[in-house]
Design a protein around this ligand. Structure first.
Ligand SMILES: NC(=O)c1ccc[n+]([C@@H]2O[C@H](COP(=O)([O-])OP(=O)(O)OC[C@H]3O[C@@H](n4cnc5c(N)ncnc54)[C@H](O)[C@@H]3O)[C@@H](O)[C@H]2O)c1
Ligand SMILES: O=C(O)[C@H]1O[C@H](OP(=O)(O)OP(=O)(O)OC[C@H]2O[C@@H](n3ccc(=O)[nH]c3=O)[C@H](O)[C@@H]2O)[C@H](O)[C@@H](O)[C@@H]1O
Length: 394
């Protein structure tokens, strides 16, 4: 029988074996921890070196982009390109979807919360095997497997983006963060549709991409223009820090069929007013200028930017510049010579002039607009007449 103080030679031997095993295990642990710590230090050093990078004209990164899906590099099976279009039920987004769907190698996934967009804009694709429509708000994370992301989701008309400014800025900031996180996870290239509004009320005219802008950070338009400026910053930070492949388009006023009839933007307002024989409402003073790009030209520019090698930002717009009074005169002459033109009060912080320099788009993308305002307006009139049910009288 063994008592508490049993001291037989056998038990001594067992105790010293146990002691030895414990000591050896502690030594092994200490050794492994040391190897792990040295490894972590080496990785973080490498990361720091990579993050400092070579810094090109746009603060280019030396870090390689995350790996694309293995399907892209599969040996025996060439997968279709899977493309996400956020805001694809909207005006520009739905035209972009049409163009992307023309290519049989493309599968298109649209996510949209339908705030300003509509299923109607995509009705020709619903049920198509290469097309998918998801009701989703980009301020919430999204898990999909895609190769390219066209990130358009954001209300664009001033009356809509000012309606819920907090939501607009969340869409621009959190929405863009979510899409960048997605791009990082799946190794996708991401294109942001930024805006000429990042130039604010420009003090430089016309505007090229090197101009930093004149933006009111606390005005009623800030949720949109400052929101887009932060979105651009996030794009470049993800590019420099994580090697994400980014593209940024600075879009200038774009118009065409499928704009919301009650969208509130100037071209849609004037055309709807002319067709309904209501006065064209020129917001004072009427001498403020804009440059109007037809939507098919814009879509062409966006696809060239996505497929090209330049990160941007690149201005996409039509350099033809018009005062709002000139635009009203053109609409009157082309659509309804009887219609009246009236002056109404303007909204705060309305930019006084806007005209893109498109040298960079010409040189880098081989892109320039092909459709003049006087050719684009009648095409839009036709679409508006159909939707309003008001045919042209001879
Ligand atoms: N049309 C222009 O003149 C112009 C000019 C400069 C920049 N842009 C940019 O181009 C993009 C498209 O503009 P558009 O004219 O087609 O506008 P639009 O309002 O017709 O389309 C925007 C789409 O985004 C969707 N959306 C809005 N918030 C969302 C959210 N939180 N989650 C998911 N979907 C959301 C809307 O429902 C809509 O379908 C926008 O990013 C806009 O800022 C447009
Ligand atoms: O190009 C851009 O970057 C921006 O262009 C437009 O913004 P904005 O030019 O303010 O658009 P409109 O509402 O169409 O206004 C254009 C001009 O027309 C005037 N206007 C508008 C409506 C109207 O009935 N009458 C009128 O004279 C406005 O005062 C303004 O000077 C878009 O709506 C933004 O989303 C886009 O980012």
């Amino acid at each position: 029988m063994f008592g508490e103080n049993d001291a037989s030679p056998d038990s001594d031997l067992n105790l010293s074996r146990i002691g030895f095993a414990i000591a050896a295990r502690s030594l092994l642990h200490a050794y492994l921890s040391l190897v792990f710590a040295i490894g972590m230090l080496a990785i973080s050093d490498w990361n720091n070196m990579a993050a400092q990078g070579t810094g090109g004209a746009n603060g280019a990164t030396s870090r390689p982009p995350p790996n694309p899906s293995p399907l892209r590099t599969a040996k025996f099976f060439q997968a279709n390109m899977r493309i996400l279009v956020t805001g694809g039920a909207g005006f520009i987004g739905s035209h972009l979807v049409d163009r992307l769907m023309e290519n049989e190698k493309n599968e298109v996934v649209v996510v949209d919360n339908f705030f300003t967009g509509s299923k109607d804009n995509l009705k020709q694709w619903i049920g198509h095997p290469r097309f998918e429509l998801i009701r989703h708000d980009v301020t919430e994370p999204l898990l999909v497997e895609v190769d390219q992301i066209y990130h358009l989701a954001c209300p664009a008309s001033p009356i809509f983006y000012k309606y819920n400014p907090v939501k607009t800025i969340k869409t621009n900031v959190i929405g863009t963060l979510n899409m960048l996180g997605l791009a990082k996870r799946v190794g996708a290239r991401i294109l942001l549709t930024s805006t000429s509004e990042v130039y604010g009320d420009p003090l430089v005219h016309p505007q090229d991409e090197s101009y930093w802008g004149n933006v009111n950070p606390i005005g009623v338009r800030s949720c949109y223009d400052e929101g887009k400026r932060v979105a651009e910053t996030l794009m470049f930070d993800y590019h420099r820090q994580h090697g994400i492949e980014i593209r940024i388009a600075r879009i200038f006023n774009t118009y065409g069929p499928r704009m919301n009839i009650d969208d509130g933007r100037v071209v849609s307002n004037f055309i709807a007013q002319a067709i309904r024989n209501e006065p064209l409402t020129v917001q004072s003073p009427g001498t403020q200028t804009r440059s109007f790009c037809y939507v098919s030209d814009m879509v062409d520019g966006l696809i060239r930017l996505m497929e090209g090698n330049n990160t941007g930002p690149i201005n996409l717009g039509n350099p033809g510049e018009f005062t709002m009074l000139e635009l009203a005169e053109n609409v009157k002459e082309l659509i309804n010579p009887e219609v009246k033109i009236i002056h109404v009060e303007n909204t705060p912080d309305d930019p006084r002039q806007r005209k893109p320099v498109i040298t960079k788009a010409k040189e880098e993308l081989g892109w320039e607009p092909t459709i003049k305002l006087r050719d684009g307006l009648p095409r839009m009139e036709e679409d508006f007449r159909k939707r309003l049910g008001i045919p042209r009288t001879a």
